[in-house]
Design a protein around this ligand. Structure first.
Ligand SMILES: [Zn+2]
Length: 274
């Protein structure tokens, strides 16, 4: 699933093309991506709406339409693309949501496997959604103390807490693995056992790695594409994710992999992380 850097990249790519534009015609190929909104309501509310802003919250792209917000949570194969030309047959086939804009361009939510979701929230719905998600790690006011508070209150493994969106927004498996390696912390260590110094290191590394990944337009392993349809580049800069069995880039030890912490693959170095 795209994480913070991938969704941030998509949002930055599509924002200039959407800002101030009005939705002229809207169509939806399948209802199974909708959550808490019917097809009829979605189409009625989107048609004629104007884009006030486009931004990211956690791993989701948000289109601010004034009274409503359209929240797009891209699944494994989901992407948002603005087309300045007609769609090809292949592009049409996987275009789940198609929005024709008032300048003739088209915003498409493409999702081959339709694992993503679309929400349409009013002001109250947005407030509840926003409240349920933890702080943004790249926000200026996000501190090591805030991270420490979240970690101290949990009995879970530190990796699980980092990936829990209620504690921290936007970090998923790739960047949790990378941040824990960079901070020298064993991913299975109980979060509550981390020291204040661990909190500071982890805070610094999370921010550094997420910023670097945004600068490299995200990580493409398979499906992720930027808002212009290009692959990202951060896969070239990964130290542990996707490198199980390969030598540690810092000490040469063979990297270990486990599924014991959560259902996802965790890759780490026995020697560099404790
Ligand atoms: Zn190592």
């Amino acid at each position: 699933m795209p994480e913070l850097p991938e969704v941030e990249t998509i949002v930055r790519d599509i924002r200039p093309a959407l800002f101030g534009r009005t939705f002229r015609h809207v169509s939806l190929s399948h209802d199974d991506v909708l959550r808490g909104v019917s097809r009829r309501t979605l189409l009625a509310q989107l048609t004629g709406a104007t884009v006030h802003d486009v931004f990211r919250r956690a791993k989701h792209a948000v289109l601010d339409l004034g009274a409503r917000r359209l929240v797009v949570q891209p699944g494994m194969t989901g992407s948002l693309i603005v087309y300045r030309r007609s769609l090809s047959d292949d592009e049409r086939k996987y275009a789940v949501l198609r929005i024709e804009l008032d300048n003739g361009t088209e915003l498409v939510y493409r999702d081959v496997r339709r694992l993503g979701t679309l929400l349409l929230l009013d002001e109250r719905g947005w407030a509840a959604y926003d409240r349920a998600i933890g702080p943004e790690p790249l926000a200026d006011d996000f501190t090591a103390e805030q991270l420490g508070t979240a970690l101290r209150s949990s009995r879970q493994a530190v990796k699980k807490v980092l990936m829990d969106q209620r504690h921290l927004a936007g970090v998923g498996n790739i960047y949790a693995n990378e941040a824990l390696f960079a901070a020298g912390i064993d991913p299975s260590k109980p979060a509550a056992r981390l020291s204040a110094d661990d909190h500071r290191r982890l805070h610094r590394e999370i921010r550094r790695i997420l910023s670097a990944a945004v600068a490299s337009q995200g990580t493409t392993f398979r499906d992720y594409r930027t808002g212009t349809g290009q692959p990202g580049n951060f896969q070239l800069e990964l130290f542990v994710y996707g490198r199980e069995g390969e030598p540690c880039r810092r000490c040469g030890t063979r990297l270990a992999g486990t599924h014991a912490i959560d259902a996802r693959i965790t890759v780490f170095c026995h020697r560099c992380q404790s």
